[in-house]
Design a binder for this molecule. Structure first.
Ligand SMILES: [Zn+2]
Length: 340
């Protein structure tokens, strides 16, 4: 863990004591610093808040043995030849039977291919494909640039997210897809676009457009989507544009979160048949355009100071037992055929 990640992790732990603490149970996996407006090489390059485990870590009698689970899952290059199943919770689990999303589709292009994080539960792959195609056909969105989904066997990652462990989370850039096929190099190097005005916590009206709203609204319209994470400044823009409270129920799923000004994060529910997938608490139904947003802006303006020691990285034995089977399972036949 870098010093920066460390500090940010501590920041988040402290933040749990603030009025907006309830937000952090969302665990989208992006740290506070990502909310800055400076250019980032990727919208998905973020460190780990890892709040979900904070309480357990505090009460754990001793540090568990074994290498960090992120090293084990980070080393898995191909999926497990098992029936598709999301196992555990969004920030503490793994994925059996992952499918890759195509690097190029009729309405999307996957970015940062070297990361090998374009894997998901088949239900997530289907959802992202549907969103891409429908947003292009109906909202005038030119196509999706896809950021991180999950590793081939899910699990914790060596860098970046605390969540994205079950194959049920996808980061989607807020930069519209260009009207050409990007090269592999471009997919590594192009920076995403922040929606925020320089040095501000609000969106730049020259960059943020009604098409962005339509895209996020469409993502929220699918019943299997349980949460969408966006920067509080984007949530504010959505609230304003949506109009009065009668037009805002869909915004209950759209959760403010640190970072998420270069991309939004779509999270789907535990798919049917995923035994051992732990659902998140349902959103309250409050559209969040009132006090919740005010609390977030207060927090953004006065982030909590870091403090306390970092918790040790999760080990395999801290994940659901089935994740060991996922790690040990043979590769899928497609992967074997490719020589992996
Ligand atoms: Zn994400």
């Amino acid at each position: 863990m870098t010093a920066r990640c460390l500090v940010l992790t501590m920041l988040l732990v402290l933040a749990a004591a603030t009025p907006a603490a309830a937000q952090f149970s969302d665990v989208p996996g992006v740290f506070p610093g990502a909310s800055s407006t400076k250019a980032a090489p990727s919208p998905a390059m973020t460190a780990k808040p890892a709040l979900a485990g904070a309480a357990q870590a505090a009460s754990a009698p001793s540090a568990p043995a074994g290498p960090p689970a992120k090293q084990l899952f980070g080393a898995a290059k191909v999926p497990a030849a098992l029936e598709a199943r999301a196992i555990g919770s969004y920030a503490r689990g793994c994925l059996a039977g992952a499918r890759p999303i195509a690097t190029d589709g009729p309405a999307w292009q996957a970015m940062r291919l070297s990361r090998n994080r374009n894997w998901g539960h088949p239900a997530l792959v289907a959802l992202v494909e549907r969103l891409a195609v429908e947003a292009k056909a109906r909202d005038g969105w030119p196509g999706l640039l896809l950021g991180d989904m999950s590793q081939p066997r899910g699990g914790p990652m060596l860098t970046g997210h605390a969540s994205h462990q079950l194959g049920l989370d996808a980061d989607i850039w807020l930069t519209p897809m260009p009207d050409r096929k990007l090269t592999t190099k471009e997919r590594e190097e192009i920076s995403a676009t922040s929606m925020l005005a320089a040095g501000e916590l609000t969106v730049d009206p020259r960059i943020w457009t009604p098409r962005h709203l339509a895209l996020i609204r469409r993502a929220a319209s699918y019943p299997e989507v349980e949460r969408i994470f966006v920067h509080p400044g984007i949530k504010q823009a959505l609230c304003k544009a949506a109009g009065g409270p009668a037009n805002r129920p869909w915004l209950a799923k759209v959760r403010p979160m640190w970072g998420h000004n270069f991309h939004f994060h779509v999270r789907i529910a535990c798919p049917k048949g995923s035994q051992g997938c732990e659902p998140q608490k349902a959103v309250t139904g409050d559209d969040g355009c009132g006090k919740e947003l005010e609390d977030w802006f207060a927090l953004l303006k006065a982030p909590p100071k870091p403090g306390g020691p970092p918790k040790p990285p999760m080990t395999l034995e801290q994940l659901p037992a089935a994740c060991k089977l996922v790690l040990d399972a043979p590769a899928t036949t497609e992967a074997v055929a490719k020589g992996n």
